[in-house]
Design a protein around this ligand. Structure first.
Ligand code: TMP
Length: 204
């Protein structure tokens, strides 16, 4: 059986990645592809428990503990959901993955990037996305889209947002073949045109 595709959706909070993921899933299904939608943290099963802690716990969480929780969630997700689906030939659309830990815990919180790369490799057992979209937005657009009700991560402030955003742009520069940066201050339809263009190329 032919190996599937593993595509990740990344970007700072309020970038619109989940909307684009849903649109792409619909588009691919309409074109006869076998698609699964999933996310980090918060995939079906144990992932939901990790998400609850990571986004809603209201006490102090150390930066290293936070990183390990995201990584533990990822290991479970790769082993139980992503790898089996890719091996069955499915297209896996994943809302956040390794680049989130680099951008948020590395560039955002200031943890060592080399160590995060190494830990990401352990968590994924070496699996790499075939393609990654980084949806890039400015702080004003993000604030408008996130609104007033913020979770633990979204409450980290404007300075943190800027570090994360710049982190993503740095990561994208290092891996231009895998990572496609899309200007997501534009309308949903305009952004989706870009997504479709990249996908059509990848499916050729
Ligand atoms: P989201 O479902 O809106 O993407 O929320 C997930 C939040 O968790 C978001 O603020 C980014 C954050 N996050 C990290 O800080 N590190 C990670 O490794 C992952 C997967 C998410």
């Amino acid at each position: 059986m032919q190996k599937g595709l593993f595509i990740t959706f990344e970007g700072a909070d309020g970038c619109g990645k989940t909307t684009q993921l849903n649109l792409l899933a619909q588009y691919l299904e309409q074109n006869g592809y076998d698609v699964i939608k999933t996310r980090e943290p918060g995939a079906k099963g144990l992932g939901e428990k990790f998400r609850e802690i990571l986004l809603n716990y209201d006490g102090d969480v150390s930066d290293r503990c936070e990183s390990f929780l995201f990584l533990a969630d990822r290991a479970q997700h790769v082993d139980m959901i992503i790898k089996p689906a890719v091996e069955k030939g499915k297209i896996v659309l994943c809302d956040r993955h390794t680049d989130s830990t680099l951008a948020y815990q590395g560039y955002g919180r200031g943890l060592d990037l080399k160590q995060i790369n190494m830990l990401n490799n352990i968590a994924t057992d070496g699996l790499k996305p075939d393609m990654t979209f980084v949806f890039d937005v400015d702080i004003e657009t993000s604030n408008k889209r996130v609104g007033k009700e913020k979770d633990r991560m979204e409450s980290a402030g404007d300075d943190f947002f800027t570090k994360v955003r710049n982190g993503y742009l740095q990561i994208a520069k290092m891996e231009p073949n895998r990572i496609k940066v899309i200007d997501s201050t534009r309308s949903i339809d305009e952004v989706f045109e870009d997504v479709k263009m990249y996908i059509k190329n990848a499916l050729k």
